[in-house]
Design a protein around this ligand. Sequence first.
Ligand code: KIV
Length: 281
Amino acid sequence: MSKITAKTICDMKARGEKIASITAYDYSTAKYLDEAGIDFLLVGDSAAHVMLGLDSTTKITMNEMLVFTSAVARGVKNALVVADMPFLSYQTSVSDALKNAGDLIRAGAGAVKIEGASNHSLEVISRLVESGIPVVAHLGFTPQFVNTIGGNFVAGKSFETTLKILHDSLAVERAGAFALVLEMVPKESAEFITSKLQIPTIGIGAGNGCDGQILVSDDVLGRFDGFSPKFSKKYANLKEVMTKAVSEYAKDVKDKKFPTDAESFLLKDEERQKLENYKNN
Ligand code: KIV
């Protein structure tokens, strides 16, 4: 299978092929998710919650995102790696956005994601694309704006707000974004917006009318127990697998059942004999 690029993702919409996407934050998980056949892996700023135990995505830094991005990129052979630009890494100025996006690309990302469709965000998208950096836009509920929005709310619940998201979606498409994440948008609104765009929509809590889907891997794998959004689906219970395995290990240590000779390095007979003689003298 050849390396998936931003163009591959766009071509999938044209062919009517659904795009499967999920988040990743570390080398081994990224390797397994890639081997499982995921099209694009997002190094999401949701790492703030699931990797760092923070209570908001606004608290993760560029340096932390660079560490997660390079780890994921090293694990991946085929999937497109998209890195989230964290809070205030692109809102401050176009030149900050270019520098920070460039650092994420140098860390191994094939594209970056930014939230919103303000005039500033649109300018950032077009300048990044002009500079050779593919951009995924993110509309609907935009977690980096949680403090101004006032909470985690479904966006586009009325006809008027649906039209506003459509207007913003067309604007990010015109600015050059190659895909659009739609988060927590009613199914009918997301389906309508999807039908009006050339670029693929990737839904999270936006129904099955989007061109693709994305979820947070720790929710899908049952590794994060902080909160569980309505739109997510748990396909495994890694928390249970991990706590069971580690409690068995801890019990083996306390019961002196681990390590056995099989997990130890042993002296050769001759050296052991010398040691025994020394101990007995
Ligand atoms: O950070 C993240 O995980 C995201 C997804 C929710 C799309 O932005």
